[in-house]
Design a protein around this ligand. Structure first.
Ligand code: NAP
Ligand code: NAG
Ligand code: NAG
Length: 254
């Protein structure tokens, strides 16, 4: 897949799926823009990208729940590269909680998983229209059905709203030649669960349960999800828009 000279903005590029996508895009000669909060991790991923083809990524430290930071992502990218071809809205937070835990948890989930995506997409859209570019949102199977056994209500609700956003924006931007799609992973081996507050011991049990319960008997790796992101953002997928792509080892079936 050719991404020669394409400018790819990836949020949540400091870890997991976003970092894996950054490396795959770098392999395909893309100019990658790495967005995240942890500067040390961002710089580590940037170095790995640079080692692949010698091209230095643009690193942008941004807190996505801060409007000025979101604005700076588009401004800095245009200042440096002049255009945007692909926006990967990947950053997300696994906010846990039940209906009895207060509405603040919903605000937190929505701030990163929905509002930031909405805001960043709106600022990037004029630039994507110029390049006939496209957007890939990283959602979750949690958007399509509740997560069992763990209280993940705010997260599930925010991801379901994200999917509807994908379809609505795909309709709106379609006439401008801009495609918008979603990748919805099931359990994937990344730091996500630990960041969501599970201990190492709990993560190990969670992974063991998933290995046993998923129809394919295993979880996904970041690179596999990243592969699907690349495919959807490539011209090969030129007829695909408004689609929700599940990659979950059959999790949703059981
Ligand atoms: N792993 C799974 O099982 C799974 C399943 C379904 C869906 N997903 C989705 O996949 C996406 C990527 O998750 P992952 O598994 O790769 O998790 P991860 O390793 O925890 O990575 C999350 C990324 O999002 C960034 N991020 C989170 N909140 C942010 C904020 N407020 N501002 C800026 N950056 C922020 C983090 O940046 P910093 O670390 O720099 O703060 C990090 O780079 C998420 O949207 C997640 O919901 C994951
Ligand atoms: C998905 O992508 C569309 C188009 O870029 C965007 O408008 C929407 O906000 C995104 N949804 C989420 C939840 O990220
Ligand atoms: C889950 O399965 C994978 C390979 O299929 C294996 O590498 C991993 O160690 C297993 N994890 C647990 C906790 O059982």
């Amino acid at each position: 897949m050719d991404f020669n000279n394409k400018v790819i903005v990836i949020t949540g590029a400091s870890s997991g799926i976003g970092a894996a996508a950054a490396l795959l895009y770098a392999k395909q000669s893309a100019k990658v823009v790495l967005v995240g909060r942890n500067e040390e991790s961002l710089n580590k991923v940037a170095k790995q990208c640079e080692d692949i083809k010698g091209f230095k990524p643009l690193v942008i430290k941004a807190e996505l729940s801060n409007d000025d930071d979101v604005q700076s992502i588009v401004t800095k990218t245009i200042d440096k590269f002049g255009h945007i071809d692909v926006l990967v809205n990947n950053a997300g937070v696994g906010t846990r909680g039940s209906i009895f835990d207060g509405v603040e948890l919903l605000d937190r989930a929505i701030a990163t998983n929905l509002r930031a995506v909405y805001h960043l997409t709106s600022l990037a859209a004029p630039h994507l229209i110029k390049t006939k570019g496209n957007i890939v949102n990283v959602s979750s199977v949690a958007a399509l059905r509740p997560i069992k056994d763990v209280d993940y209500l705010p997260y599930c609700v925010s991801k379901a709203a994200l999917d509807q956003f994908t379809r609505c924006v795909a309709l709106e931007l379609g006439r401008h030649g801009v495609r918008v799609n979603s990748v919805n992973p099931g359990g994937t081996r990344t730091p996500f669960a630990e960041t969501a507050g599970f201990s190492k011991q709990q993560v190990s049990e969670l992974y063991k349960n998933r290995n046993e319960s998923y129809p394919l008997g295993k979880m996904a790796e970041s690179e596999e999800v990243a592969d699907l992101i690349l495919y959807l953002s490539n011209d090969r997928a030129r007829s695909i828009t408004g689609s929700i792509y599940v990659i979950d080892n059959g999790e949703i079936l059981v």
